[in-house]
Design a protein around this ligand. Structure first.
Ligand code: ADP
Length: 506
C-alpha cells in the first residue's frame, strides 16, 4: 500500500498518477484485485503444471535409461570381458549421452566423450557405491532445471553374484530444460497479457459503472448548497445504479417538496399572525389618539380580546400540527364508543344549527368501538361540523352519520353548501390552504382545521376523504379502524381457522 505522500512525491508525475489512481480509486483497486487474483491463479497453475510435467518427463527419461542400461548390461554380462570395449564403443555411437564403465576397483574401464565420475558431486559417487552393492541407482547432477544437467543411471554388471563393474549411462537434460524454459516463457507472457487485459477490462467496467457516481456527487453538492430543483439525468443499465438514481431523485423531490411546504408554512403562519397584530396595533393607536370614555376603552379591549382569542386558536393549531409532524402528539388512547361520541358532539350543535335554520340530522350506530383519544376525535367531529355550519346555506340540511364500513367506523359530515372547486380538493388538507381565504378569514378560519383533522385521523391509523362538487355540497368521510379486543380477535381467528379446516376436511 501507499505509505505516505512523501514517498509518492519522488515518483515521476505520470507514474505517480497511475499509482494514485490504482490505490485511491475504486476502479483502480478493482483492477489491482483482478491482477492479484489472476497472478495467484497463474502461479498456482504454473506450480501444479511444473510438478506434474517434470515428474512425467523424468519418469519417461528414467524408464528409457533403465531399459537401455539393462539391455547393454545383460549383453555385457553374457559376453567375455575383452569384447566389452567394442560393444560399449558401438553402443555409445548411437547413444545420445555419456557412457562410462567403472571397474570394481573404482577405475574407469571405458569412457565415451565425457566422464561421469566426478560430476554432480557426491551423488554420483553414492550411486556408484549403491551399484557396487548390486542396486540400480538414478541420480541427477545438480538441480534438474539448470542447463548441462544430466540424468544418470548406475547399473551393476555381475559375474555370478559378484559385481565386477558398474555401467553409467548419462543423458543430458538440456532438451527438457529448454522445453520447460520455453513453456514458462510463453506461459508467463500469456499470463502477463491476460493479467493486463483483465485488469484493464475491470478498470473500464468499473469506470463505466461508476460514471453516474460523478453526477450523483455533483448533484448532491448542488442540492446541499441549496439548489433543490436539481435532478439526476444519468441513465444506467446496471439495475443497482438505476435504483440508486431513482431513489435519490425521489429523495431530492421529497426534500424539495418538504422544504417548499416548510417555507410556505412559515410564511403562511407569520402572515396569519401578522394580520390580527396589525389590526390590533391600528385599533390601539386610533384609540390612544385622544382621551376616551371608560365604555369606549372597554369596547376596544373586548375587540382586542376577541382578536387575541383568534390568535390563540391559530397558535394552538400550529402547536398541534408541529407536535403531530414531530410524532409528539400526546394521545390518551382508550376504547371509545365512536357512535356515542359522534351523537354527543352532534346534539351539542343542534341548537347552533337551528339558529341558522339549518337542520342537523344525526344517525349513529351503536356498539362501534375504536381505540383512540376521546378529546382528539371529538375535535375532528367538531371541526367538520363547524365547517358545515359555516358553509351550509339557510334552510338546508346537514347530515352527520357514524356507521360500520367493513372493519372500520365511518364518520360522515355532509352539507348542501357551495362545495369546493375540484382543483382545490387535493390541497384541502394542507395547513393554511383556503380556496377563498378572504371569505374564510372573515368567518374566523385560518385554514388549519382540516389539516389538524387529517393529522389526528392519521395517528389513529385511519384516513380522511372529501367528496365535493362546486355548488352541490360537500361530504367529509373519516375512517377509523374498529377496535377488536385481544380476546375477541383470538376468538375470531380461531373461528376462521376452524372454518377453513372443516372446509378442507369436507
Ligand atoms: P378554516 O378554518 O379556514 O375553515 P379549514 O381547514 O377547516 O380552515 O378549511 C379549509 C378550507 O376548506 C376552508 O377555507 C374552505 O374554503 C374549505 N372548506 C372546508 N369545509 C368546507 C365545507 N364544508 N364546504 C365548503 N368549503 C369548505
Amino acid at each position: 500500500m501507499i505509505t505516505g505522500t512523501h514517498s509518492l512525491k519522488r515518483l515521476p508525475f505520470p507514474l505517480r498518477r497511475i499509482v494514485l489512481e490504482l490505490f485511491t480509486t475504486f476502479r483502480g483497486r478493482l483492477a489491482l484485485l483482478y491482477i492479484a487474483i489472476e497472478f495467484a491463479l497463474l502461479l498456482f497453475a504454473g506450480v501444479l503444471l511444473y510438478i506434474v510435467l517434470t515428474r512425467q518427463v523424468y519418469n519417461a527419461v528414467d524408464e528409457q535409461l533403465h531399459y537401455q542400461a539393462a539391455t547393454i548390461a545383460s549383453e555385457l554380462q553374457a559376453s567375455p570381458f575383452p569384447f566389452w570395449g567394442e560393444r560399449l564403443g558401438r553402443f555409445s555411437e548411437h547413444f545420445n549421452g555419456a557412457v562410462q564403465l567403472v571397474g570394481a576397483n573404482g577405475l574407469p574401464l571405458f569412457t565415451s566423450q565425457q566422464g561421469l565420475i566426478g560430476r554432480g558431486g557426491s551423488e554420483v559417487t553414492q550411486a556408484l557405491q549403491r551399484a557396487m552393492e548390486g542396486e540400480t541407482a538414478f541420480v541427477s547432477t545438480r538441480s534438474l532445471l539448470r542447463r548441462d544437467n544430466m540424468r544418470i543411471i548406475a547399473i551393476p554388471i555381475k559375474r555370478g553374484n559378484e559385481v565386477v563393474a558398474v555401467l553409467f549411462l548419462g543423458r543430458n537434460t538440456r532438451e527438457i530444460h529448454d522445453f520447460f524454459g520455453s513453456l514458462y516463457l510463453i506461459g508467463g507472457i500469456l499470463g502477463l497479457i491476460s493479467m493486463i487485459i483483465s485488469a484493464y477490462a475491470g478498470y473500464v467496467m468499473a469506470q463505466r459503472a461508476l460514471q453516474p457516481i460523478r453526477e450523483i456527487t455533483a448533484v448532491a453538492r448542488a442540492v446541499a448548497a441549496g439548489d433543490l430543483s436539481r435532478r439526476l439525468r444519468s441513465f444506467s443499465q446496471d439495475k443497482e445504479i438505476a435504483v440508486l438514481i431513482r431513489s435519490l431523485n425521489k429523495m431530492f423531490q421529497d426534500l424539495e417538496a418538504s422544504f417548499e411546504s416548510q417555507k410556505r408554512f412559515t410564511a403562511d403562519a407569520s402572515h396569519e399572525l401578522r394580520i390580527p397584530l396589525t389590526v390590533m396595533k391600528g385599533e390601539i393607536e386610533v384609540t390612544l389618539r385622544r382621551q376616551r370614555k371608560a365604555a369606549e376603552y372597554a369596547e376596544v379591549l373586548r375587540q382586542q380580546l376577541s382578536t387575541i382569542e383568534r390568535m390563540e386558536r391559530i397558535v394552538d393549531g400550529l402547536l398541534t400540527l408541529a407536535r403531530a409532524d414531530a410524532g409528539l402528539l400526546e394521545l390518551h388512547k382508550q376504547a371509545i364508543d365512536i357512535g356515542q361520541l359522534v351523537r354527543e358532539v352532534g346534539e351539542k350543535h343542534v341548537g347552533l344549527f337551528a339558529s341558522k335554520h339549518v337542520h342537523l340530522r344525526i344517525r349513529a350506530d351503536h356498539g362501534l368501538e375504536v381505540l383512540g383519544d376521546h378529546d382528539r376525535l371529538q375535535q375532528v367531529v367538531f371541526n367538520l361540523l363547524n365547517n358545515a355550519y359555516k358553509y351550509a346555506p339557510e334552510k338546508s340540511e346537514v347530515v352527520l352519520v357514524c356507521e360500520k364500513h367493513g372493519d372500520q367506523a365511518c364518520i360522515q359530515v355532509q352539507d348542501q353548501g357551495p362545495g369546493i372547486p375540484e382543483q382545490h380538493l387535493p390541497h384541502i388538507f394542507e395547513p393554511f390552504y383556503r380556496p377563498d381565504s378572504a371569505r374564510s378569514r372573515s368567518q374566523g378560519g385560518a385554514g388549519l382545521g382540516l389539516a389538524i383533522c387529517k393529522r389526528i385521523v392519521d395517528v389513529h391509523g385511519g384516513h380522511i376523504e372529501v367528496e365535493s362538487k362546486e355548488g352541490a355540497g360537500t361530504r367529509f368521510l373519516v375512517y377509523i379502524p374498529l377496535y377488536i379486543p385481544e380476546h375477541t380477535f383470538r376468538r375470531r381467528l380461531r373461528e376462521a381457522l376452524e372454518k377453513s379446516f372443516s372446509k378442507r376436511a369436507a
